[in-house]
Write a protein that binds this ligand. Structure first.
Ligand code: SF4
Length: 325
């Protein structure tokens, strides 16, 4: 009998142990304990490629600003992008807005109840559709993200992630699919973590094929380091900003301070900030200017700047310069 057969045979006990642990130990997160598809959908989109700690201060604020799918659909895209500013991966906000319009205009404001239907909406892939449908509508469909995949690999003592969707589906508790999906993700986020898992605290260790043996290599993505200079040009209560082109792959249509392409001396630096965008860690030197030679620049009144969809870096600099709150 191999470890996989053993594990499959004891599935009901494994499911019970995991769900009991989740009921007692889950983190108190604002998107937990609700079946409201709108707030679950927003949380799932915000959490894509973004840490829980970064989402926490933004989630409630976003829902207060756009408390329903109708409010989101009727908002201007620029307002949605402005509220998203700093969270990065702005395509998510564009798709969220586009999907809200599909739901209100083509589905009469009714949310899809099945994962297949969710997948037809902009920005919804297999994982997100399964997460929303299982949590909000109890559809017995498994999720597979990096955390679940790692838990499965260790639990089943597999070296590859081949057929992981199928394995996740077999493992799923069909009575409480949404809770079970969240439980296994929670286990991967808090106990069966990358590097050294905390097997001594694991609620399913007696079912586990590896208990973390040989799984300690951290696969942290390598960050690139880079330096850039940015002009902070102010004149008569206005700030010079440029809008990124709509064809830009990153942060298209958002407003930012002009980037300086020539070398600068240390004496010119007003202050420096650190900022990470995807895989690059930037040291940003901010240079005071009264003018910048840029074709697409516009002088924007300080009173109106905060209403624009600003990039996260621009917000950071303007805050540090006390030009916005
Ligand atoms: S026993 Fe260890 S390796 Fe196995 S699932 Fe639990 S935390 Fe992960």
């Amino acid at each position: 009998m191999d470890s996989r057969t053993l594990y499959i045979r004891r599935l009901p006990q494994l499911r019970r142990a995991l769900l009991r642990w989740y009921d007692d130990n889950q983190r108190d997160l604002p998107w937990r304990g609700t079946r409201d598809p709108y707030s679950i959908w927003v949380s799932e989109i915000m959490l894509q490629q973004t840490r829980v700690a970064a989402v926490l201060p933004r989630y409630g604020k976003f829902l207060r600003r756009f408390p329903s799918v109708e409010k989101l659909a009727s908002a201007r895209l620029s307002s949605v992008l402005a509220e998203w500013s700093g969270l990065g991966y702005y395509r998510r906000a564009r798709n969220l807005h586009a999907a809200a319009r599909v739901i209100t205009r083509e589905l009469a404001g009714s949310f899809p109840t099945h994962s297949d239907q969710w997948r037809k909406l902009p920005g919804i892939g297999r994982y997100t559709a399964s997460a929303i449908a299982s949590i909000a509508f109890n559809e017995p469909i498994a999720v597979l993200d990096g955390n679940v995949e790692r838990v499965l690999r260790r639990l089943l003592h597999r070296s590859t992630a081949a057929d992981s969707w199928n394995a996740a589906q077999q493992l799923l508790d069909r009575e409480r699919p949404g809770d079970f999906n969240q439980a296994i993700m929670e286990l991967g986020a808090t106990i069966c973590v990358p590097g050294e898992p905390s097997c001594a605290r694991c609620p399913i260790r007696t079912f586990c094929g590896t208990r973390g043996r040989g799984q300690s290599q951290s696969r942290k993505a390598r960050q690139i380091k880079a330096s850039i200079s940015i002009a902070l040009a102010t004149k008569g209560g206005s700030v010079l900003l440029v809008q990124r082109g709509v064809r830009e792959s990153l942060m298209s249509g958002m407003w930012e301070l002009p980037i300086l392409n020539h070398s600068i001396s240390n004496e010119e630096v007003l202050f420096r900030v650190r900022h990470s965008i995807t895989v690059t860690d930037y040291v940003v030197s901010v240079i005071a200017r009264s003018e910048v030679n840029t074709e697409s620049g516009r002088w924007i009144s300080r009173r109106k700047v905060h209403k624009l969809p600003l990039t996260g870096l621009t917000k950071k600099i303007l805050r540090k310069a006390n030009l916005i709150k």
